[in-house]
Write a protein that binds this ligand. Structure first.
Ligand code: GLP
Length: 232
């Protein structure tokens, strides 16, 4: 039995997950065409973004008035570095969906002021770090943790290695704070694969604790779409 405010939707595989997540996001954009979306990169949401891109290309949905807001970024990279998470968000989400406005995460105070000027985040699309991190809110991250620069934990350095082949993983990052994530009007958490099973259980059924930042999502309107491998 899930907590009030939490919806758990289990899909047979990652492709079905992507279709379901695309439906959820598209419904939100139809209800509010000026939706502001906090956008995770990482592997999990890529099929969802590809599905949304196909729908946008067909003219099924119009993202032109949506604002994309960057969730996290490594420190110390040039704009054209292939590891730039800004670049990844542009390639996978902003460009294929036809989004015209995006907010970049570079300076914590300016970023939070930009979000306030936007009227807050309507929807946060998040992946789940293997240690429960959200963006790069590494454990422990209390609910008040602001947008900030921090050193990546060994677990995050290890999981991020999968993205970059021979390239190293930068040691420091900047992340939208837990304060930003927990102020979102809705959160969509996407989880797939057996390697996420333990942390998904701790997210939804363990104690709500800064030691598992994702467990704090249970205090906001949360929809989790997971595949069977991540839950059963
Ligand atoms: C990464 C990123 C997060 C991402 C998460 C899960 O370290 N900082 O933004 O959501 O971990 O990544 P993946 O979807 O590749 O499992």
């Amino acid at each position: 039995m899930m907590q009030a405010g939490v919806t758990l939707d289990i899909q047979p595989d990652s492709q079905a997950l992507a279709v379901q997540a695309a439906d959820f996001i598209a419904a939100q954009v139809r209800a509010k065409p000026t939706l502001s979306i906090l956008v995770a990169t990482g592997n999990t949401p890529m099929p969802t973004y590809a599905e949304l891109g196909r729908r946008a290309a067909r003219g099924d949905i119009d993202f032109s008035r949506v604002t994309a807001v960057q969730l996290d970024e490594y420190l110390g990279l040039s704009d054209h570095d292939p590891r730039s998470l800004w670049g990844w968000m542009e390639r996978s989400f902003v460009t294929p969906l036809g989004i015209r406005q995006s907010i970049r995460l570079a300076d914590p105070a300016a970023f939070e002021a930009d979000i306030a000027a936007l009227g807050g985040i309507d929807l946060a699309i998040l992946g789940l770090g293997p240690n429960g991190h959200l963006g790069f809110n590494e454990p422990p991250s209390p609910p008040t943790a602001p947008t900030r620069v921090l050193a990546l934990t060994p677990a995050s350095l290890e999981s991020n290695r999968a993205y970059w082949g021979e390239l190293s993983v930068p040691t420091h990052a900047i992340t939208a704070g837990m304060n930003v994530i927990l102020s979102a009007r809705a959160v969509l958490l996407l989880v797939n694969g057996a390697h996420k099973r333990d942390i998904l259980r701790r997210t939804l059924e363990g104690p709500e604790t800064p030691d598992v930042p994702s467990s704090l999502l249970r205090r906001v309107p949360l929809t989790v779409i997971a595949d069977e491998a991540a839950w059963t």
